[in-house]
Ligand binder design. Structure first.
Ligand code: DQA
Length: 149
């Protein structure tokens, strides 16, 4: 059976829809999950969609992805700007990685302009809300296809 795409979400994203809707929109994380799974299904991919508020759990999941996933889509949320441990896990995973943010991190507080995650990512999508997850699935589908050919 083909390996799934791990879609991992970091801290406070469980509050989507209620949390600063003027910044993050009104879609809940379940809405984002549904959109991601639908687009993945259309492209013949399966998705393992998870959220954690814990840095260690995200590292554990990235290590699991190393064995069990075909690619990683990651919104590390606040850990984007702080976590060397998550970057190290991504670099160890040796998988295609797409970094996603709902908001445009370059149009916000200066500390959000820097991402540790980007150093381990093939590409970055930000500022497009839930649509960014669908685009990330499309990017992953292209990368997986090009690996197979
Ligand atoms: C975020 C942007 C981060 O700066 C922030 O800490 C988040 C969400 C986004 O999706 O826009 O929690 O990753």
């Amino acid at each position: 059976m083909a390996k799934s795409v791990f879609v991992l979400n970091g801290p406070n994203l469980n509050l989507l829809g209620k949390r600063e809707p003027e910044v993050y929109g009104t879609d809940t994380l379940d809405d984002v999950r549904a959109r991601t799974e639908t687009r993945a299904g259309e492209l013949g991919l399966s998705v393992e969609f998870r959220q954690s508020n814990s840095e260690g759990e995200l590292v554990d999941w990235i290590q699991e992805a190393r064995e069990d996933a075909s690619a990683i889509i990651l919104n590390a949320a606040g850990y984007t700007h702080t976590s060397v441990a998550i970057l190290d896990a991504l670099q160890a995973a040796e998988l295609p990685v797409i970094e996603v943010h709902l908001s445009n991190i370059f149009r916000r507080d200066p500390f959000r302009n820097h991402s540790y995650i980007s150093l381990g990512a093939n590409g970055v999508i930000c500022g497009l809300g839930a649509k960014g997850y669908e685009l990330a699935i499309e990017a992953v589908a292209d990368i997986i296809k090009s690996q197979g050919s």
